[in-house]
Design a protein around this ligand. Sequence first.
Ligand code: PLP
Length: 456
Amino acid sequence: MGTSDTFQLPIPDGHDPLHERLAAAIERWISSGQLRPGERLPTHRELSRDAGVAIGTVTKAISYLEKRGVVRSETGRGTFVNMVVEPAAEFTDLNFNIPLPVVDEGQFRAAAVQASSRLSNTPNGGYPEPGGHKEHRKILSDWLSAMRLELAADDMVVTVGGQHAIHLAMADLAGHTRGVATEAATFSGAIAAANNLGLQLHAVDHDEEGMLPDALERLFAESECRAIYLTPVCQNPYGFEMTEARRKDILAVCRRADAFIIEDDLYGIYSDTGSPTFRELDGERVYYINGLSKSLTPLVRVGVLAPPQPRRGAIASRIRAELWGVSAFDLEVAKALFEMGAHLSAREALRAEARSRVELAASILHLRLPMPSGSPHVWLPMPKIAAQKLARQALEQGVRITPPDAVAVGGEKAGGVRLCLMAAPQRDSLTNALRVIADLRAAAGFESVAADLHIV
Ligand SMILES: Cc1ncc(COP(=O)(O)O)c(C=O)c1O
């Protein structure tokens, strides 16, 4: 379509936000064949004129379509209709951070039978206590002491997985801080939670073990940000671990600024260094988060949040207001799985497999990886535009990886792609997928670049 053409872009009526209705109109226009895959859209100014909306609405509509993969923006060139990507015959998804299915069908069946036999004894006919019944909290406290750290049942609330815990922690801190600091790239769910709560995310420079204390101190001095969100083990997406010394330095900076730490320890079972958790270093300044999804199974949606003790009651009330609590059935299934020792065998199996897969990735991709003895995800740093292109080309060849936009807080500093190594159930399909990525990297001239995580 020539840029001087004018065209009709009727925006449908409805209650959806204007930019979504404009996006729907553009999408209809593409699906009607007036604009074909690979062709350039009119400029934002032209779209704004022809649809009779503000340029800001056009920008929002395009970004909405971009997130859904309908179009892509190329800096300095414009916005293009994406090619229709037919899934390749063998499709490997390395985008979702799911653990291997270490709990088998027999174990689930046995756990479900066990859980069913106990349900008649569940208090309140199954309705949860806000924050969790003491008996359920005790189960999780025993689980955590076997897996990671001692945490009293009275110090925690039970959550619907890790994501719920992140949102609860940020919501609780919203009265204390205007923003949340994290690394240049972070877990997409933390970005979603902060956005949902209107908290600004700040990217703090990091090295190969995490956030730099000096950079954090500067941020606190220059802003009203008084909270940080960290995945100190297997940082998501960079895949490094924070040492004890660095944790203590970060904690000291937070104490001086009266800032709080959200410690997302879902990958804690992979710890290499044996560093104490932030929670063990200072329980009064830390919102500690863990859950079953990465260390056992995401099918049982159970997590834990241990906030500073004075905040526990307020957080339990929030849970009561939002969703009442975690399903008693899920908690009974979790209990039955723990009684079988499934969590302990899962930990061994996942750690051993992660170690082998990291070695495999390091050899195929010629990388120096920050957690050589095992992380479920690795990061390939490269300029952001090249990373976006790599993710697109990989998808065309049947391999889905995480593009930088999904995890970026720090703009250009977040250049790279994430590969979730545990997501492919078979090692062979992972090997093939890694070869696809290696070939694409080589073709783009990145094959000899060692993974340099000093993205400061
Ligand atoms: C660092 C991190 N925290 C939390 C979550 C979400 O945990 P859950 O599935 O238990 O809600 C994820 C999921 O990918 C994650 O990577």
